[in-house]
Design a protein around this ligand. Structure first.
Ligand code: C5P
Length: 236
């Protein structure tokens, strides 16, 4: 069964910590993205860790190799369990990131954060991609190509939608980490800005390791009940 990560895409730190306290025990893994990190900085990560929960730092680094290397080096000191960078930043950039993690942590150290590469955002449809890829490649072909580069660079895995998961799992085997956002539990009647969505169950069936879920949880009248429903759906 995949592990559920709740995205803390809320306005400020107290709101995020309230959610962590409410959900702890049901979910022990939370995602800090650019919104809350820009508002609250590294202190929030420390507070979540002190509550006994893990942090996925989703800042999606995308820059020249030297800059990304510096960002990854800094992130390695924050006590996060996983972090993201964009695969479209290129193989050299991804390799520079991997080198920083390897300098700081031994290969099998439990503290070593996973490095995962964002392929094509789940909010992007084939039509949206026209601007950078007019050749009409299928999204799953593009995701597969980017995942191949991520693997070649030494990343631990990738972020993609559930629609590509089965193909990636087949191609890269059981040890390649697949993180899946764009999850919409049955009964949640909106896709919001996401275009490539799936239910928790179908993402699990396809072989995802981690399901990232934001609005269906923090936007619910009871986030705890929303998580209960998701976990129930996964166990069925
Ligand atoms: O609210 P929702 O469940 O759509 O949140 C999904 C989360 O996953 C957001 O924090 C978003 O930034 C993140 N994400 C994504 N698609 C990716 C990578 C990350 O939606 N490819």
């Amino acid at each position: 069964m995949p592990e559920v990560i709740v995205a803390l895409d809320v306005e400020e730190g107290n709101e995020a910590l309230k959610l962590v306290r409410e959900l702890k025990g049901k979910v022990d893994y939370f995602k800090i993205g650019s919104r809350i990190f820009t508002a609250e900085g590294p202190a929030l990560i420390e507070k979540i860790n002190r509550l006994g929960c893990s942090v996925f730092l989703d800042l999606k680094f995308h820059d020249i190799p030297a800059t990304v290397a510096g960002s990854v080096r800094a992130a390695c000191s924050l006590g996060v369990r996983m972090m993201t960078l964009h695969t479209t930043g290129g193989v050299e950039m991804m390799k520079a990131a991997v080198r920083e993690v390897e300098k700081k942590f031994k290969k099998f150290s439990a503290k070593r954060p996973l490095l995962v590469g964002v392929t094509v955002l789940t909010s992007i449809s084939r039509e949206d991609l026209e601007i950078i890829s007019p050749a009409r490649d299928e999204i799953s072909d593009i995701v597969l190509r980017l995942a191949t580069k991520a693997k070649e660079a030494g990343l631990d895995g990738i972020v993609s939608s559930a629609l590509e998961t089965e193909r990636i799992r087949k191609e890269f085997g059981k040890d390649f980490v697949i993180v899946t956002p764009g999850i919409r539990p049955s009964g949640y009647n909106s896709t919001d800005d996401q275009k490539r969505v799936a239910t928790p169950k179908s993402a699990a069936k396809a072989g995802s390791n981690f399901l990232v879920i934001g609005r269906p949880v923090y936007g619910a009248s009871s986030p705890a009940l929303a998580v209960d429903g998701i976990l129930r759906e996964l166990k069925e």
